[in-house]
Design a protein around this ligand. Structure first.
Ligand code: ZN
Length: 155
């Protein structure tokens, strides 16, 4: 596994639409492993392939319940809403208020090639929406209510 370089807001690759994954091979599994390692190292809860410069529809998420690798994910149902602070590893040190659905149901292909369904509430729902936006070239800053502010981390 290796840490990959995270692309930062302003990098044009973050505004591109990603391509559907057609083949799950060793290289893709290695990319997923690298993305997870990169996400953990940066203390993030999610990372999308374009954030490491790869225009493929794959995201990794871990909101504290273990890693999830989602290939070709699609949201099929949402309900409710939540408004709260959101940040992004491609815009370090910043956060802004974004309203998202409070519940999300998504389908995706896992690394074993099988299709799965996932349901998430609160942070997981927010993370799924945020990461899937990346696959279509969207950053959360486009959805921020008010302005983006600095985040001060507690040591
Ligand atoms: Zn992000």
């Amino acid at each position: 596994m290796a840490i990959r370089q995270i692309r930062i807001l302003g990098d044009p690759i973050l505004n591109k639409k990603c391509k559907e994954v057609k083949v799950i091979d060793e290289k893709l599994v290695e990319l997923a492993d690298d993305m997870l390692e990169t996400m953990y190292e940066a203390n993030g809860v999610g990372l999308a392939a374009p954030q490491v410069g790869i225009l493929k529809r794959m995201v990794v998420i871990d909101v504290g319940d273990g890693p999830i690798v989602m290939i070709n994910p699609r949201i099929i149902e949402t309900s409710g809403s939540q408004t709260g602070d959101e940040g992004c590893l491609s815009y370090p040190g910043k956060a802004g208020t974004v309203t998202r659905p409070n519940y999300v149901k998504a389908v995706f292909t896992a690394e074993d090639g099988e299709e799965y369904e996932i349901e998430g509430e609160e942070l997981l729902a927010r993370a799924i929406c945020h990461e899937l936006d990346h696959l279509d070239g969207h950053m959360y800053v486009e959805k921020v209510e008010g302005s983006v502010h600095d985040v001060t981390y507690e040591e």
